[in-house]
Design a protein around this ligand. Structure first.
Ligand SMILES: [Zn+2]
Length: 282
């Protein structure tokens, strides 16, 4: 599933293609993916101009204008298998096409989704999307004190909290495992017991791994997201059974809240605090 870095790369690409373009029509063949419903979305989009494309968590947000009124934002979540493709005239229609946007002056944006978990949602204001989502890890608001406030509210386990999009938006399974490894924290550590030093290490590890992933064009996985290079820099994800690059202990796999999880059992020990000198590079 695309996480923050992959969605960021997709968003940047879309920005160069569709900002300033006016939508002639929008069509969808799998209507259950469209909210509030296909009729409302079609009516809103017809004749609307895309004024900007941004990312919020794992959502791609098309800001809409035109016809002298604000229409709101169109938010797209790719979930497991969603893809957005710019159609070039020579291409054959791709598999699993569920929806498309057709633009004045030509060109179509295609939404393909084999597993149909993706969502296309018309939302009245950006504030409403903000209300549903937590901190943005690459914004200045992602501070040690903001994390401390989230962590001390309840006695939750670390990894499930990091995956909770209403608290921190954009992390998924890959980058959560990678950040925890780099910060030397166990995924089942209780968040209310973390010291400020541990939180500082974790914050740095999250920011570092996400930035590194964006620089590497994200992590490739099958045909859903090709072209990334970050898989070459992952330390634990996909490395189960292989030696930890710090201590040579074999990386182990287990499940945390139904999610496959990889750790080094020697570097990530519950109750053992990381030292402040850790470099997030390692
Ligand atoms: Zn290790």
């Amino acid at each position: 599933m695309p996480e923050l870095p992959e969605v960021e790369i997709i968003t940047r690409d879309l920005r160069t293609r569709v900002v300033g373009r006016t939508i002639r029509r929008f069509r969808a063949s799998w209507k259950r993916q469209i909210k509030p419903n296909i009729t409302v979305v079609q009516r809103a989009l017809q004749g609307a101009t895309i004024t900007q494309v941004t990312r919020r968590g794992k959502w791609i947000v098309f800001h809409l204008g035109g016809r002298n009124r604000s229409i709101g934002v169109l938010a797209v979540h790719l979930r497991m298998s969603g893809r957005i493709l710019w159609e070039s005239a020579a291409d054959e229609e791709p598999e699993h096409l569920r929806a498309f946007w057709e633009f004045d002056g030509g060109g179509r944006l295609l939404f393909c989704d084999a597993r149909k978990f993706g969502r296309i949602e018309l939302i009245p204001t950006m504030n409403e999307l903000d209300r549903r989502l937590g901190l943005e890890p690459l914004e200045p608001t992602f501070t040690v004190s903001a994390l401390r406030a989230l962590f001390s509210k309840s006695a939750r386990k670390l990894k499930p909290l990091l995956l909770d999009q209403t608290l921190i938006a954009g992390l998924g399974n890959i980058y959560t495992d990678e950040a925890l490894f780099r910060a030397r924290l166990h995924p089942l550590e209780r968040t209310d017991r973390l010291s400020d030093t541990a939180i500082r290490s974790l914050r740095r590890a999250i920011v570092h791994v996400l930035r590194e992933a964006i620089q590497n064009n994200g992590t490739s996985f099958d045909e859903v997201y090709p072209g990334g290079r970050m898989q070459q820099s992952l330390r634990v994800y996909g490395h189960e059974g292989q030696p930890c690059r710090r201590c040579k202990t074999a990386i182990v796999y287990f499940r945390v809240a139904q999610r496959g999880t990889r750790i080094c059992p020697r570097c990530q020990v519950p109750g053992v605090e990381p030292t402040s000198s850790i470099s997030p590079q390692r």
